[in-house]
Design a protein around this ligand. Sequence first.
Ligand code: ZN
Length: 336
Amino acid sequence: MNQQIKTLFKSVTVIFLLFSLAACSPTGDDTPNVVAPPTASTATSDFPYAFDKVATNTWVMHGPIGLPSPKNKGFMNNPGIVKTSAGLVVIDPGSTVHVGNNVLAEIKKVSQLPVVTVFNTHIHGDHWLANQAIKQAYPEAKIYGHTEMLAEIENGEGENWVTLMETMTEGASKGTIVVGPDNAVNNNNVIKVGDTQFKIHHTGTAHTKTDIMIEVAENSVVFLGDNVLALRIGRMVDGTFQGNISAIKTILESNTKTYVPGHGLTGGPAMVENYLNYLTLIYEAAQQAFEDDLDSSDVISITKQTTTAYKDWSGYADELGPHGAQAYSEVEAAEF
Ligand SMILES: [Zn+2]
């Protein structure tokens, strides 16, 4: 490839990933009922985020709302900690090596135990590029991700995310390299860490092809990844409505008390059902439009009526049209 084509190719890749990132990132500042109040006052001013206790032996750092920027230095997700008799388990440590180091400093305020295990919920780099910081501090820590996530990283998706993060933070993420999961997991695997069991749920393509939801039954908590977002309408470019709906219905059967979304505040089953309801309304509108011989662009005329309860959710105005069109394609495909 000559240089011009190379540059163009790189730009197209970054633009595509930008759309993917918008799929999993909240930009609103609404606050659903949270399990525990924020404890940001204990954090440093340079990184004003701290872990909130959300369940027995379980903490979540609720990341800021917004896309990666020079200001937030890429931090935007919800890192989690579960304390076990063998040490700490971290879920989605964050978006860059620097964020990971800040998250580690806050982890030490919760417990001095070492990090022994990490779970990555899916391929989107804002959730896992901070693996690098964990491995630097705890080289023995095992990192788990879905089989498909390991395959996508093998195909270069990790490097694409490093480039995107560096572009969006205007260099604040510089120094971050790809440290992917070193252990593959799949649906129904149970990983035992000390006295605590972590059950993996994967129901096929949902938010992406790579999602795992991690259930810690004895603490009655599930880490949902971006299969569920709180008060945020996400894009669906890497996933499907049917798959995401199915994943949420499956996890609700666990009758868990506390659910941790990929972005937005932790809540109970009602928070999960609310996101499920939105996805269902979109899909049903697409089915209705298809049956009435309307076009995919007509779905929005239905969803504008049926989804008014979500009109204040972040991303609603931007996503309602694309969501209707994508759901219509899924309905069409299901018919043939
Ligand atoms: Zn995502």
